[in-house]
Write a protein that binds this ligand. Structure first.
Ligand code: CS2
Length: 494
């Protein structure tokens, strides 16, 4: 693929695909990215591609696949090049991305990954590793020292498998070699994500060597970010589609929507690419943007995913097209946005209508089952925190109650059509063990309450909230999820 690009001469106009407007080999690697999934390749790698074309710099990316080596292998065979399929409502626009300079797999190339992380040329480590990979215990606000994977890394820090272990090992090497610090840029959907990764890294480092923790505090920046672009997992049909559009054979194309947003706290230790050239917005405080996105976009994604999956609706598009959920969605968005602080330049009503349109994009097929994954890690910031805040301010919580009950119904592991599925959640086995045999809402809630760290104590000691969840869950169990959603939607302000 790279040969083909060179022969066709980079930067020349192409009738079919947008091509990189720079010579990749002119730019060194300055970023190590952990988590080489579709989202990174649809988001940060694309911003970097544009920034390289417009402002240059040694900012290509060494991407690290944290689990399987398939993607890294496929990308290596293509010299890191891949096709982005930008899916609008009626047309697909292909674009070739050249910002990945190297693709590695942690399991196989650990030494190479560590030397990249320790290299003086590396000035940013960015991450899209999913919420659970930080091992952050939200209740204790610290690293989860009890987790077996964390314990294993603490016992053998030179062969790290977890993100905190890997980052600390890299910092140890930098400190030892007298190399300067860098910026760690978390791009996962967690509130205050810079602070979360800083906390787990410092907690891990303190156990190992407190001098190292001080060095990290003084030399490493952890800017927070809000990232957004709907990027369903890739499917085999994407390969033929990409090839038909570009004439190039790409084994790992990525499809995503056209919309993209990146809000970044501007506090980097040793520079950064000119991502603003690609539309990234730099601010002092990302919090209000994160809350808006996590609660409005991700929160309604989760609501639709749980209700939809249980009701047999396979995609977010089907949910939006459903008469009941399609009505509940805007009402939920309005209810949640009523609790958000004013944000200069942002009209929440416009943001909400844009979301409804994005979710309904006929070019995108985003599975409810994919979004339903890892609910124990997602529900707190998407549903529980806005619910807690609304209760404290005496504001309505109806659709948040519904989302909670729909999630609990999902945790039973069987659809209304009796199809069984795996929960795909790090707490899945404990959840299934706890609720086995429970059939009524109260016993289900009580059983879930016994799963360590699953239901936040403050919210679940709120009598009114728990009563409402129990009533809604009983209704779902008796009448079905969609009739219950209809009752909730009917009661809400539209
Ligand atoms: C989704 C997100 O899978 C999920 O949990 O809610 O991946 C969502 O598509 C992205 O955050 C959009 O930016």
């Amino acid at each position: 693929m790279a040969d083909l690009l060179d022969r066709r001469s980079l930067g020349s106009a192409d009738p079919e695909a947008e091509r990189p407007a720079y010579r990749p080999c002119d730019h060194g690697i300055g970023i190590v990215h952990l988590g080489l999934g579709a989202f990174h390749r649809a988001h940060q790698a694309v911003y970097t591609d544009t920034a390289l074309a417009r402002a240059g710099g040694d900012w290509r990316i060494a991407g690290v696949s944290m689990r399987s080596s398939d993607i890294a292998d496929a990308l290596s065979k293509q010299d890191g090049l891949y096709t982005l399929l930008v899916r609008g409502p009626s047309a697909v626009r292909p674009r070739l991305i050249a910002s990945l300079g190297e693709a590695l797999s942690l399991g196989r190339d650990r030494d190479r990954v560590l030397s990249r992380l320790a290299s003086a040329n590396t000035r940013i480590v960015s991450l899209t590793v999913t919420e659970k990979a930080y091992f952050f215990d939200a209740q204790r606000q610290s690293l989860d020292f009890e987790d077996p994977e964390v314990r294993a890394d603490l016992e053998a820090p030179e062969r790290p498998r977890t993100v905190p272990g890997l980052l600390v090992q890299a910092m140890r090497a930098r400190r030892r070699a007298g190399t300067k610090g860098l910026s760690v840029l978390c791009c996962d959907n967690l509130p205050d994500n810079g602070r979360v990764v800083r906390r787990v890294v410092l907690d891990f480092a303190e156990r190992a060597d407190s001098g190292l923790a001080d060095w990290i505090s003084n030399n490493v920046a952890f800017p927070s970010t809000m990232v957004d672009r709907i990027t369903p997992r890739s499917i085999p049909a994407d390969i033929d589609e990409a090839s038909a559009l570009t004439g190039l054979r790409d084994a790992v194309p990525v499809g995503c929507e056209a919309f993209s947003q990146w809000v970044i706290e501007d506090s980097f230790a040793h520079g950064r690419p000119a991502w603003e050239e690609a539309g990234a917005v730099f601010v002092d405080d990302v919090t209000p943007y994160e809350e808006m996105k996590l609660r409005m976009l991700n929160g309604s994604h989760s609501l639709l995913a749980y209700a939809g999956h249980v009701a047999g609706l396979a995609t977010i598009g089907e949910c939006v097209g459903n008469a009941v959920l399609g009505r509940l969605l805007p009402a939920h968005l309005r209810m949640v946005s009523d609790g958000l602080p004013l944000l200069t330049g942002v009209d929440y009503a416009d943001y909400a209508s844009q979301l409804v349109e994005r979710f309904g994009n006929p070019g995108i097929s985003h599975e409810t089952y994919q979004i339903a994954m890892d609910g124990s890690q997602k529900m707190p910031q998407r549903i529980f925190e806005p619910a807690m805040e609304a209760l404290e301010r005496d504001m309505p919580v109806d659709s948040l109650v519904f989302a909670t009950a729909a999630w609990m119904r999902y945790l039973l592991g069987v659809t209304e059509e009796n199809a069984r599925y795996d929960l795909r959640d790090p707490k899945g086995p404990s959840i299934s063990r706890a609720i086995a045999g429970q059939t009524d809402a109260r016993s289900i809630i009580e059983a879930l309450g016994s799963v360590e760290g699953l239901l936040p104590g403050r919210l679940f000691s709120h009598r009114m909230f728990v009563d409402a969840v129990a009533q809604t869950l009983d209704e779902i169990l008796a009448d079905g999820v969609l009739p219950t959603a209809k009752r909730v939607a009917d009661g809400l302000r539209h």
